[in-house]
Design a protein around this ligand. Structure first.
Ligand SMILES: Nc1ncnc2c1ncn2[C@@H]1O[C@H](COP(=O)(O)OP(=O)(O)OP(=O)(O)O)[C@@H](O)[C@H]1O
Length: 300
């Protein structure tokens, strides 16, 4: 399946919130929909799910207008919609049936996913008796109980500790392996880069970056090297400027060297060695997703 989000516009009270949003997602891949608070992620996902209608543009699934009711969709909305005072198993059954699942399959899925998030023992407990993070995991289970083909998760990592974030990362990987079409929004970059093939970065209602994360990293890392050394900036400039160093920037304990186009790393390493500059490590530089995010969506 291929979902195309095409030229979506949306305003609220005359204020443009989404400005010509376009990107695509395919089954068997996870699309990380990233952006700062207020960028327009939830608004895009709500329009996709038909919570309200966009002012212009269309959502297409395999070339046809996408109507969520025609597909098995698992949706984790930003406003988590479960009932605090109801028994967890009872609610999961109810929501699963509501979304057209079969009773037996839903029961098996409930047990499977509750087991996967290590909460099977809470099946008969009321939702409100769980911690916030565990309630969040139950909401994620709710999105999966009907064995959806399309999974849309709005900020699924929010409120999860690092261990539970890893559990969710593995769940998303499992969904990709099962060829589901997965979109999740996030403003937290860690975890995302470990498993996301593709990213779409939205800023102030506009798409500012879209594509393969690996390719984006390679492009952004082009003509850049990472050097860990105790040498000063002045020393590095004086040794390397004649050999293609354009500028450098301190990054934690190392330097990111920005070279003139197509400078070979050898052309940099040799003068460093010849000048007896102490080198702790020397490697290609690939920016982290956080670097890319801040560089692209950060306030200038
Ligand atoms: N129903 C609405 N009426 C008016 N303004 C709205 C409405 N829904 C969203 N907005 C505005 O649209 C903008 C984008 O909000 P949205 O929730 O899509 O951002 P987001 O990227 O999901 O942010 P976050 O990461 O904080 O959830 C915000 O400025 C918000 O105030």
């Amino acid at each position: 399946m291929k979902l195309e989000i095409r030229n979506i516009h949306k305003s609220f009270s005359g204020q443009k919130i989404l400005k010509d949003i376009s990107f695509q997602v395919e089954s068997g891949k996870a699309m990380g929909f990233l952006g700062r608070n207020g960028a327009g992620k939830t608004t895009t996902l709500r329009a996709l799910m038909g919570v309200f209608k966009q002012d212009a543009g269309e959502f297409l699934m395999d070339g046809k207008i996408f109507n969520p009711d025609d597909y098995k969709v698992g949706y984790l909305p930003e406003e988590r919609g479960m009932y605090p005072k109801e028994e967890i198993g009872h609610q999961l059954r109810y929501f699963g049936m509501l979304r057209g699942g079969e009773k037996k399959e839903i029961e098996a899925n409930i047990d499977y996913w509750l087991g996967r998030v290590d909460l099977l023992e809470y099946k008969k407990k009321k939702l409100e008796t769980l911690s916030k993070g565990n309630q969040q995991k139950i909401q994620i289970v709710e999105a999966l109980v009907n064995n959806p083909d399309i999974v849309i998760l709005d900020e699924p990592f929010s409120g999860l500790d690092p261990v539970n974030s890893m559990v969710l990362k593995d769940i998303i990987l499992e969904l990709i392996k099962k060829k589901k079409l997965v979109i999740f929004s996030s403003h937290q970059m860690s975890y995302v880069e470990e498993f996301c093939d593709e990213i779409t970065l939205i800023n102030k209602g506009e798409i500012v970056l879209h594509g393969s994360l690996q390719k984006i990293k390679e492009e952004r890392g082009k003509d850049r090297l990472r050097l860990k050394t105790s040498a000063s900036e002045d020393t590095l400039y004086s040794v390397l400027s004649p050999h293609g160093l354009k500028d450098l920037k301190k990054d934690k304990l190392s330097y990111i060297l920005h070279m003139a186009e197509n400078t070979e790393s050898d052309a940099i390493l040799r003068p460093l060695l010849d000048s007896n500059v102490e080198i702790e490590s020397f490697s290609p530089y690939y920016p982290t997703l956080t670097d890319i995010f801040v560089e692209t969506a950060g306030e200038k």
